[in-house]
Ligand binder design. Structure first.
Ligand SMILES: Nc1ncnc2c1ncn2[C@@H]1O[C@H](COP(=O)(O)OP(=O)(O)OP(=O)(O)O)[C@@H](O)[C@H]1O
Length: 454
């Protein structure tokens, strides 16, 4: 067995155990060696090792056998945490194809069932996603076409697929006669290639033009693929001409997808284009609370010490998939060991995810971006000058430093030319206040934050 074989086995395991379990338990495991018939894997913590051995031995060994590797026992070795780098896998998004099954609501359309977890009820709404959520709701109401196409975009794990499938669920419940097709752009391409190979593009066109609602996920995938783009364009036009609804998602806006034909870009922009912003603290906390309530409904004994969820919301990345993986593991931990989940226990159990989520952004980078934005020199950030054209950007940089790094007020003050912590506090408060009163400041803050987090 090699690392590559283990990689392939892991992909198969994902299909058996689902994405959340995969992220929480399987993805952090590394292949160590095969000793006779004993498969040795490396786990980042003792807890993960023993949980995996108890709960996932069978499935892991079964998939090994299917891959031609003879192993009848699993042993997890704990990595030397001091030396081991944070396992990147813990936050690496899954390959698109593996995460996005072809899904159709109607039996005669290609695909299986929608993910039962991806409903509007399970979607936590916050400032970063409220517009996307409201637009999705509007489309799901299925009234006369309002936004066509609805184009949802945003970074990894921010809920695009969840929202698209929520639309499909809702339409299925309220208007079961509608033919709704959800699939990834990759699957669209493979179906098209298959049709070409089988010289049956007529059936392909008939199928795709017979739907009432077409949802295509990760459309950036077709960039640079000429004939697929061409076919997509014709399908798109045919459906729009018939007044059918189209919902598209991508990891960036139509304007930012390179290698996309101009006519497609403008078609994609012709409806409503909405982005999902990275989850902020409140949304992350909301998701954690929602998950805790769900878990508690089945396990009333779950006890989480005050401050633990806030700590996780603060420390774990804005990717909600990673956040979900973390709570899945944490709650499993609580069922295994019993008792309250304290801060110490949470830190221990999620050490690898916390390490991987550590914010790398430095105050220098923030100052640099702010200077570029306002056309100032770095020396202005640390100088004693207090004219507004310099003081405001400096306060903006302080505000961003507080928001985007774990640095304290005194630490930030030191970076800004040895200023007192009360000066920093005042600067941060000033920007917070201005954000609510002055749309230009609010826009600057949002733009800078996005640039810094991208
Ligand atoms: N607002 C939310 N409330 C509850 N769960 C959410 C929310 N946003 C995302 N999630 C959950 O996070 C996980 C990732 O979401 P999803 O697959 O929709 O992301 P995505 O934007 O399509 O990511 P990718 O770009 O990787 O395809 C899912 O399990 C989803 O249920």
């Amino acid at each position: 067995m090699t690392n590559d074989t283990w990689g392939a086995v892991r992909d198969q395991i994902r299909k058996s155990v689902g994405n959340n379990n995969y992220t929480a338990w399987i993805e952090p495991l590394g292949f160590e060696r095969l000793d006779g018939s004993v498969l040795r894997l490396v786990a980042p913590t003792n807890f993960i090792g023993s949980w995996v051995t108890q709960n996932y031995s069978d499935v892991i060994l079964r998939h090994c056998t299917a891959a031609g590797v003879r192993a009848d026992r699993l042993e997890c070795i704990v990595a030397n945490t001091a030396a081991a780098p944070a396992p990147k896998a813990a936050v690496t998004p899954a390959p698109v194809a593996a995460r996005k099954p072809a899904v159709a609501v109607n039996a005669d359309l290609p695909g299986a069932a929608l993910d039962p977890r991806f409903t509007f009820d399970a979607f936590v709404v916050g400032k970063p996603n409220e517009l996307a959520h409201a637009s999705a709701r509007r489309v799901a109401a299925g009234n006369a076409v309002g936004f066509n196409p609805l184009f949802l975009y945003g970074g990894v794990g921010l809920g695009k697929t969840h929202l698209m499938q929520a639309i499909a669920w809702e339409l299925q419940a309220s208007q079961p006669h509608l033919r709704v097709l959800y699939l990834s752009a990759e699957q669209f391409m493979y179906r098209f290639i298959q049709a070409l190979r089988e010289k049956d593009t007529i059936s392909f066109k008939q199928l795709f033009r017979s739907v009432d609602v077409l949802m295509v996920d990760d459309v950036q995938f077709i960039a640079g693929k000429e004939s697929t783009q061409d076919e997509f364009f014709h399908t798109f036009n045919a459906l729009i001409d018939q007044g059918k609804q189209i919902v598209i998602s991508a990891d960036r806006s139509p304007a930012d997808i390179t290698d996309l034909e101009e006519r497609i870009r403008s078609r994609l922009q012709s409806g409503l284009v909405v982005d999902l912003h990275p989850a902020d603290f409140e949304l992350r906390l909301g998701v954690l609370q929602h998950k805790m309530a769900q878990f508690r409904a089945q396990n009333p004994d779950l006890a989480v010490a005050p401050g633990v969820l806030e700590f996780l919301a603060d420390r774990i990345s804005s990717n909600i998939r990673v956040l979900e993986g973390a709570v899945t593991r944490l709650f499993a931990f609580s069922t295994l060991v019993g008792g309250e989940i304290t801060l110490d226990r949470a830190q221990d159990c999620l050490a690898d995810i916390l390490r991987a989520s550590e914010r790398k952004l430095t105050i220098d980078e923030i100052m640099k971006k702010v200077c570029e934005h306002y056309n100032l020199r770095m020396s202005d950030m640390v100088s004693a000058r207090r004219t507004r054209s310099i003081a405001r950007p400096r306060q903006m940089a302080m505000y961003l430093a507080k928001k985007l790094t774990p640095r304290s007020y005194p630490e930030i003050g030191r970076k800004f030319g040895g200023r007192d912590h009360t000066t920093v506090l005042h600067g941060v408060r000033k920007i917070e206040e201005l954000i609510t009163q002055d749309s230009q400041v609010a826009e600057d803050a949002l733009l800078l934050e996005r640039k810094l987090e991208s």
